[in-house]
Design a protein around this ligand. Structure first.
Ligand SMILES: [Zn+2]
Length: 246
C-alpha cells in the first residue's frame, strides 16, 4: 500500500478487509514507513503479535486474519542523505528527530532484522556507495535465484526439525533449541549488559537459528548469535543517541 492510504484502507472497515488482512499468509511491504499515518503504524502491532486484526463495528467486534511477513523501508532522514559519504544531510537535527520519532519504540522493537543500506552508485552494477555495506553489496550481489534456493533449503531444514518455520517458534520449542556453549554465553552477556528484554532475546534466538540453518549448522553457534545481535543494531548513529534503546 501507498503511505497515503487511509487507516481504514490499511486496517479494514465495514467496507471490507484492509491491506493487513489482504496480506494474510504473504508479505506486506511498507515503503517510506514514517510517512504512514500514525494510527496505521500503531495498528500493525496487534497483527504482528497475534496474527489477527480486531475491527470495532457498530454491531460489535470482528476479528480478521492478518498473519503476514512485514518488510518496511525508510530514509535515514527527510532529505535522505544522513550518513552518506559523499553528500551532506541538509536536515536540522530536530527535523531528523521528528522524522524518526514517528516510529514508536514498541513498533521498531517488532522488527527482528534491521539493515542499513547505502545509496547505490549511478552505474547499475549493484555496487553501493556506503563503505560499511556488506561485501556482497559492494562487489556485485548474488543472483536472486541462488538466494531463493538457499532460503528454501534452510526453510526445509527448519520444518523437518520442528514442523513450523523458525519465525513461529515460541515458548518451550524456542527454549529447547540447541545452542552451543559460546552462543549461550553471548546470550547471557547480552541479557546482562543490554536492555534487550525477553522479547528481544526470543527474536535474537529465532534469527540466529535461521542464520545457522542457512549455514547448514546443526546447533546455533557463537558466530550465528553475534550476527543475529548485529541485526538489532540501531539503524542510525548520530545526535539523538541515548534517546532510544534498541
Ligand atoms: Zn537529511
Amino acid at each position: 500500500p501507498h503511505h497515503g492510504s487511509s487507516t481504514a484502507g490499511i486496517v479494514g472497515s465495514v467496507r471490507g478487509p484492509g491491506e493487513l488482512s489482504l496480506a494474510h499468509r504473504g508479505l506486506l511491504f511498507l515503503d517510506e514507513l514514517p510517512e504512514f499515518d500514525r494510527r496505521s503504524l500503531e495498528a500493525l502491532r496487534q497483527p504482528l503479535e497475534g496474527g489477527v486484526v480486531i475491527l470495532s463495528m457498530a454491531r460489535g467486534r470482528v476479528a480478521l486474519p492478518a498473519r503476514f511477513q512485514l518488510v518496511a523501508a525508510m530514509n535515514p532522514c527527510p532529505c535522505g542523505f544522513d550518513g552518506d559519504p559523499d553528500r551532506p544531510c541538509g536536515c536540522h537535527p530536530s527535523d531528523r528527530r521528528r522524522y524518526r520519532g514517528r516510529l514508536s519504540g514498541p513498533l521498531l522493537d517488532r522488527f527482528e532484522v534491521r539493515v542499513t543500506m547505502g545509496r547505490r552508485d549511478g552505474a547499475d552494477d549493484g555496487r553501493v556507495a556506503d563503505a560499511d555495506a556488506p561485501r556482497s553489496a559492494r562487489v556485485g550481489a548474488e543472483p536472486s535465484a541462488a538466494v531463493a534456493t538457499r532460503v528454501a533449503r534452510a526453510r526445509a531444514i527448519a520444518l523437518r526439525r520442528q514442523r513450523v518455520p523458525n519465525a513461529a517458534l515460541a515458548g518451550p520449542a524456542l527454549a529447547s533449541l540447541a545452542l552451543d556453549a559460546d552462543a549461550r554465553d553471548l546470550l547471557a552477556a547480552a541479557r546482562q549488559r543490554t536492555a534487550i528484554g525477553e522479547r528481544g532475546v526470543d527474536q535474537v534466538v529465532r534469527v540466529a537459528r535461521t542464520i545457522a540453518d542457512l549455514a547448514g549448522a546443526e546447533a546455533v553457534m557463537g558466530d550465528h548469535l553475534v550476527e543475529a545481535l548485529a541485526f538489532r543494531a540501531r539503524p542510525w548513529h548520530d545526535d539523538d543517541h541515548g534517546e532510544r534503546a534498541w
